[in-house]
Write a protein that binds this ligand. Sequence first.
Ligand code: GRF
Length: 206
Amino acid sequence: MENNRIAVMASGKGSNLQVILDEIAIGRCPAKVEVVICNKADAGALSIARAAGVPKVVYLNPEDYESRESFDAACAEIIKAAACRWIILAGYMRILSADFIHEFPNQIINIHPSLLPAFVGGDAVGDALKHGVKIAGCTVHLVSEALDSGPILAQVSVPVLDSDDRNALHQRIQTEEHKIYPATISRLITSGFAIHDRSVVWDDVA
Ligand code: GRF
């Protein structure tokens, strides 16, 4: 299996997918997006993937499956058939089953709009604002069974301004997401890593 073949799973507008595809197109990221899977028919990620010529672009309707496990098994089949080494969650708003996570150990990557371990869950930006933090950010991490809790691969902070609402803060965070996600995917492809306790130690660090 080639180390640079990736599958992207997304539910939303797909801006992270777009920047990953853009960085690949200009030769700054050595990944190949072989598969995009969406669980929402109206996900912007579907049209972004088709426009970029991703070889396999799939919408799967969760209602067509009798369980989370069977839906995830269908996703796993598609990913394995395309021999993808990495599974990149880019705004995938669905909890993955334990079976799926165990099938791809340390191969599933997520980006989360907070400085984990603060503010896990679906409204991290709103929760950060409600809490009154002065620094927010984003985290790229390996996916483990506990929500938003796997070992951290990369993290960037941004200031929270007094004038911020949810949208303004999320936009500032996304500007950073769009840099660290393609950069971290590049690093996954070009460098191995080890996990000590829960710390990621990259092989490319001298
Ligand atoms: C990002 O903010 C990411 O951190 C979160 O979902 C959002 C996806 O945005 N997991 P997009 O669909 O890539 O624009």
